[in-house]
Ligand binder design. Structure first.
Ligand code: ZN
Length: 505
């Protein structure tokens, strides 16, 4: 008797949950590698991870998967496009086609090249030596072009790579929204700089004992709703959040005893990612219905808690007494207003990861433009430093003193991550749009935060976003929730309101 579409779907679920289990085993090994693993374990760990990722790839690209997808597609089981089976099948098909479309030789060449390019990039950045990195950038860009061609695209090769991070998003749409954003940001930042006002940021680099920072960070993460019985906070060099399955979401951070800012806002950021994972529907674990819509939507959750909540005045109305209690010597004589201004300092600077909430996006727009030109061939890899510095002058009115503080600062290109950068700014844009809508739905959020009530916002996000999994594309989700498509306006309104008050502009 032939298999019914329901039986084919059940078998797909069984196999995909098995693949998810394997993936989470690899995730745990990866988490350990970046937190606790002794250095000498590195070669053996690489073997373990290679074995697991090979098993995942083999199981996922098994032609039987393609066959079963074909059996379910077009059946009544997936007639309702936003039902769980329809969403799961749509996403499995998308990933299956992408995974099987790349020639094996290209995948291997990319893995090998990017691994070597990364090592050269580390050296080149240390010595600020672009010519050393140049041949490797040429190789990576050449391979990424081949990859875009293998995936296929209609309008722009960048679309094919963007699809890895932002399913359904287009270069044309981003170009339109980012152009509006750039113009408005350059104007706003010019006004901030022209105001001549500066906060006293020296108060942020006094003595802040690490054990107390950890206490504070954990209390803040718990207050916004992160469940420490289903997660942990540990220390690493480059902080990340890792979801290892239902009931196990790991946050990481790094501490500096002379910096108030870094660990706390890092923890709020990663806890925002963690809340997304903890908010997924456990009944759909291991399937796209319990996975994130896109990197941009994931980033909207982290940036909302870090910037819109954590850097807001009301958050500090509630948390300043605790901060003063924990750090009484360093915060003696500091008012909540002083602290609020210091953590919202706007200053054009060279390094993206150190940039403030406003100038950060200009760093991204610059990279987005150069990446497109590299892919189309309008910009030769050898001309990147010149193109970088020219744009930097235009957007920031500054000239990078060397390439280490210019085009060599990020790891992404050496790792083949072309198409990744826009997700950071998308995170800021979506965060603003969702946050504005939450304020309309939930009433006076600032008053709630000032009373230490953060759970209404957490629950709103869980209902509207987290529990929906991949049901909607990012663009659809933002339209469903806010009634408007992606726009620069809510982010600019947020920044204008905040800096208008702080800088008197
Ligand atoms: Zn993030």
């Amino acid at each position: 008797m032939p298999r019914t579409s329901q039986q084919a779907y059940d078998e797909l679920i069984r196999r995909m949950k098995e693949i998810d289990l394997l993936g989470n085993c690899a995730g745990l090994l990866g988490w350990d590698q970046r937190t606790l693993m002794p250095a000498k374990a590195s070669p053996y760990r690489a073997e373990q991870l290679t074995l697991l990722s090979g098993m995942v790839h083999q199981k996922f690209t098994d032609p039987e998967i393609g066959g079963m997808l074909g059996e379910v597609e077009g059946s009544s089981l997936v007639a309702d496009a936003v039902s769980a089976p329809a969403v799961n099948v749509r996403e499995w098909r998308r990933s299956y086609d992408r995974a099987t479309r790349l020639p094996q030789a290209l995948v291997e060449e990319l893995t090998r090249t990017c691994s070597l390019a990364h090592d050269v990039w580390v050296e080149a950045r240390r010595a600020s030596d672009f010519p050393k990195f140049r041949p490797w950038l040429e190789k990576v860009v050449g391979l990424k072009r081949q990859e875009a061609n293998a995936y296929g695209y209609t309008h722009h090769p960048y679309d094919a790579l963007l699809e890895d991070y932002e399913p359904g998003e287009t270069t044309a749409n981003l170009t339109r929204v980012f152009a509006d954003l750039r113009e408005a940001l350059v104007r706003l930042i010019g006004e901030v700089v022209g105001s001549g006002r500066h906060p006293d940021t020296s108060l942020l680099s006094r003595d802040y004992p690490i054990d107390r920072q950890e206490t504070f960070g954990k209390m803040a993460a718990a207050a916004i709703g992160f469940d420490f019985e289903a997660g942990r906070l540990d220390v690493t060099v480059h902080p990340f959040c890792s979801n290892l399955g239902p009931g196990d979401t790991r946050l990481t951070t790094r501490y500096d005893a002379r910096q108030f800012n870094m660990a706390l806002f890092g923890i709020l950021h990663e806890a925002g990612h963690g809340l997304y994972e903890q908010g997924m529907d456990p009944g759909h674990a291991g399937t796209p219905m319990a996975q994130a819509v896109s990197l941009g939507i994931h980033e909207s959750q982290s940036r909302m808690w870090e910037n819109f909540v954590g850097r807001g005045r009301a958050f500090w109305t509630h948390f300043f007494p605790l901060a003063r209690h924990l750090f009484h010597e360093s915060l003696a004589g500091v008012s909540p207003d002083d602290l609020h201004f210091a953590i919202n300092d706007v200053r054009p600077s060279f390094i993206r990861v150190e940039a403030d909430e406003a100038t950060y996006n200009l760093h991204i727009l610059l990279r987005f433009e150069l990446e497109q030109a590299l892919l189309t061939g309008d910009l030769a890899p050898g001309d990147v430093p010149g193109a970088w510095n020219e744009r930097f002058r235009k957007y920031f009115d500054l000239t990078p003193p060397d390439d280490a503080q210019g085009c060599l600062q990020d790891t992404h290109w050496s790792g083949g991550g072309i198409g990744y950068f826009p997700t950071y700014s998308l995170g800021n844009l979506y965060a603003a749009q969702f946050f504005a809508q939450a304020g309309k739905d939930l009433g006076d959020l600032e008053a709630q935060f000032a009373r230490g009530e953060f759970l209404p916002l957490r629950d709103w996000l869980a209902e509207k976003i987290h529990r929906q999994g991949m049901r909607y594309r990012a663009g659809q989700l933002v339209e469903r929730i806010t009634g408007k498509s992606l726009s620069h306006e809510p982010l600019m309104a947020h920044l204008r309101a905040k800096y208008g008050e702080l800088y008197g502009i």
